[in-house]
Design a protein around this ligand. Sequence first.
Ligand SMILES: Cc1cc2nc3c(=O)[nH]c(=O)nc-3n(C[C@H](O)[C@H](O)[C@H](O)COP(=O)(O)OP(=O)(O)OC[C@H]3O[C@@H](n4cnc5c(N)ncnc54)[C@H](O)[C@@H]3O)c2cc1C
Length: 443
Amino acid sequence: MKEIWDVAVIGGGPAGMMSAGRSAELGAKVILIEKNESLGKKLLITGGGRCNVTNAEFNTRALLEKFKENGKFLFSAFSQYSSKETLDFFNSKGMPTKIENEKRAFPESNSSTSVLNVLLSYMKEGGVEILTNSPVSSVNVDTSVILANARIHGSPIKSGMTKDNNADISNQNIISSITLENGKEIFAKNFILATGGKAYPKTGSTGDGFVWLKKLGHTIIKPDSALVPLNIKDEWAKELQGLALDNIKISIIQDDKKIEAKPGKILFTHFGVSGPTILNMSRKINELMPNGDVFISLDLLPKFDFSTLNTELQKIFKKHTNKIFKNAILDLIPSGLVPIIIKKSDIGGDTFCHSITRDERIKLMHVLKDIRMQIESLLSPENAIVSSGGVELKEVDFKTMQSKLFSNLYLTGDILNINRPSGGYSLQICWTTGFVAGTNASK
Ligand SMILES: Cc1cc2nc3c(=O)[nH]c(=O)nc-3n(C[C@H](O)[C@H](O)[C@H](O)COP(=O)(O)OP(=O)(O)OC[C@H]3O[C@@H](n4cnc5c(N)ncnc54)[C@H](O)[C@@H]3O)c2cc1C
């Protein structure tokens, strides 16, 4: 006799693990199928291995404002499970958390492994059956129901209609099974799709779910890079590899006009720049690139305006009057930046402070407040932290996370077309949609 699971979850990332654990907690017989040899490959690299597990904004409306126009779709799911519930969940399962700047929450251990371990034991407690090394190759529709619907609705059955042909689907339609690459078929009453988006495909998120959903009749907004680091043309920026600057202001410049400015931090890498502020600006930069050259300008000392910076520099040069410039300037900037400041300001590093002229000081002020680099390109989509695109939100019931086309199909996590900034918001979508889908699929 064929085995029929209550719930089959496809994809063992954060959304899949949360939904599987939740369904099992409510008593459902659950199987989770993952193509990699282990679960949570992407989860383990989140937040540089520290995992920014959520954003601790406990006012749901304020939290949803970060999702801009998508917020209105998300409200019914987030009113059931939001960042407070996430932190309570992990804390109650023995994972203390801490809140850092911009309300970013991390495990106290500073390790994403702690997050994965909580999810693994949550699923173990509920008796979730886990199949790894098991790529799913197709999602199969119950054609008998489609045929019955077609007759009820009086529409002629089109010739050549197959299980992949969605000509007559309505929300009466159901998924019958999934087939694994090894030919095994898995049957379940309900299916939760958690195969992720297309960012960082080496972790397993290769967009398989988009292909199946498109065949099933869902609208898929074309995936594109959303949060992505930047390649920089200027060689000096690459020479700063490894340097991180905090409390600076970053502006996007085009045609010598400031398009957008944000306080934040920047991380220099072997290809250019990254860090949360850069990632959050990357969408705007992507929009601007086709219109011409785009530059990033760094204000290294945003706390000073020109006049207070002038006074500050005069004080420093007076205090260190018999010292050389490259040592005195360390009062204001980290040592890693000194060579580039020397180069851009044209003040020799060994110049004594007492011999720095007014004009040199003015030029230095401009360098400190507007150090520019030209953007070469965005890194390839494979290197995006998050990809935009995915299932059209109008086709999902956010009270249950049920597909509006297939009554026993639930959609979670990165598979949904939800643009969001960096700051723990992506994983919160996984916890919320996973919890809501898991709850409803278990009924
Ligand atoms: C470098 C990096 C850092 C990040 N840092 C953060 C952060 O600190 N905070 C934050 O909120 N977000 C962060 N994100 C985003 C976050 O990781 C994702 O939003 C999240 O992992 C999405 O979870 P998911 O479960 O929807 O999909 P995924 O994590 O992509 O998991 C999908 C799973 O489905 C499996 N799968 C796919 N196809 C099949 C198939 N055919 N058969 C079986 N299994 C399949 C995959 O192997 C994968 O395991 C980061 C992303 C990256 C790349």
